[in-house]
Design a protein around this ligand. Structure first.
Ligand code: AP5
Ligand code: MG
Length: 216
């Protein structure tokens, strides 16, 4: 199964991707996670990406398209994958189509997770992520049992650098201007499915799998 998850910052792409990879045993490919790892490792890619990410702007297309081109060649993508945070504008969506055409492996679905802007702000300011396993929590909606500690692996929880209110505002603006048009792009291609992103994480997950398994 080859899937794109679309949605504004905080819509729950990462949260749902983590559940989908368990169910389908396919990898989550998050350009945000790949870039954050490069920043943490201090690689040349990380150094280039950091200035854009800190401002809430998109990293240049040439960089992220290159990352995806290499990542999709890896063996674990043969059974499929979940793209989370890519494509982020129409140019990236077109580049992805070209890549998949040459691999003869088109996308099955683009799933848009829709959440109102007010809710997004609360989700992002409350988000905490495990340094060890990447599990996501929210201090308002789904706190860990023990403050600052991951329920799953005991790892330390951290707050993302770009989850500050002013950077969040910029990310939401960039989403509206550049990423929202990708929804129309996939609608025209006939592979777009939309799910409301409010309600419990499990309810949203069940809606997504009923689309994927053609029960919805
Ligand atoms: P990226 O890492 O992709 O961030 P984003 O799109 O801003 O999305 P988020 O990860 O913030 O949100 P999410 O939808 O994954 O939500 P989550 O599941 O965590 O990108 C970061 C930066 O990298 C970009 O700004 C850009 O600079 C760069 N970048 C990345 N990809 C790029 C690309 N392709 N091109 C150019 N630049 C790129 O959930 C959020 C919170 O809500 C969590 O606390 C969670 O627990 C909670 N939550 C989830 N679901 C629910 C629910 N149903 N109810 C209540 N709370 C919930
Ligand atoms: Mg994410």
């Amino acid at each position: 199964m080859r899937l794109v998850l679309l949605g504004a910052p905080g819509a729950g792409k990462g949260t749902q991707a983590k559940k989908l990879i368990e169910r389908y045993s396919i990898p989550q490919i998050s350009t945000g996670d790949i870039l954050r790892k490069a920043v943490a490792d201090g690689t040349p890619l990380g150094k280039e990406a950091k200035s854009y990410m800190d401002k809430g702007e998109l990293v240049p297309d040439s960089v992220v398209i290159g990352i995806i081109r290499e990542r999709l060649k890896e063996n674990d993508c043969k059974k499929g994958y979940i793209l989370d945070g890519f494509p982020r504008n129409v140019a990236q969506a077109k580049a992805l189509d070209e890549m998949l055409k040459s691999l003869n492996s088109p996308l099955d679905f683009a799933i848009s997770i829709d959440v109102s802007f007010d809710e997004l702000m609360k989700r992002l300011t409350g988000r905490r992520t495990c340094k060890g396993c990447g599990q996501m929590y929210n201090i308002y909606f789904s706190p860990p049992k023990k403050e600052g500690v991951c329920d799953k692996c005991g790892g330390e929880l951290y707050q993302r650098d770009d989850d500050k209110e002013e950077t969040i505002r910029k990310r939401l603006e960039v989403y509206e201007a550049q990423t929202a048009p990708v929804i129309g792009y996939y609608k025209e291609k006939g592979i777009l499915k939309s799910v409301p992103g409010t309600g419990s994480i499990d309810d949203i997950f069940n809606k997504i799998i009923s689309i994927l398994e053609k029960r919805g």
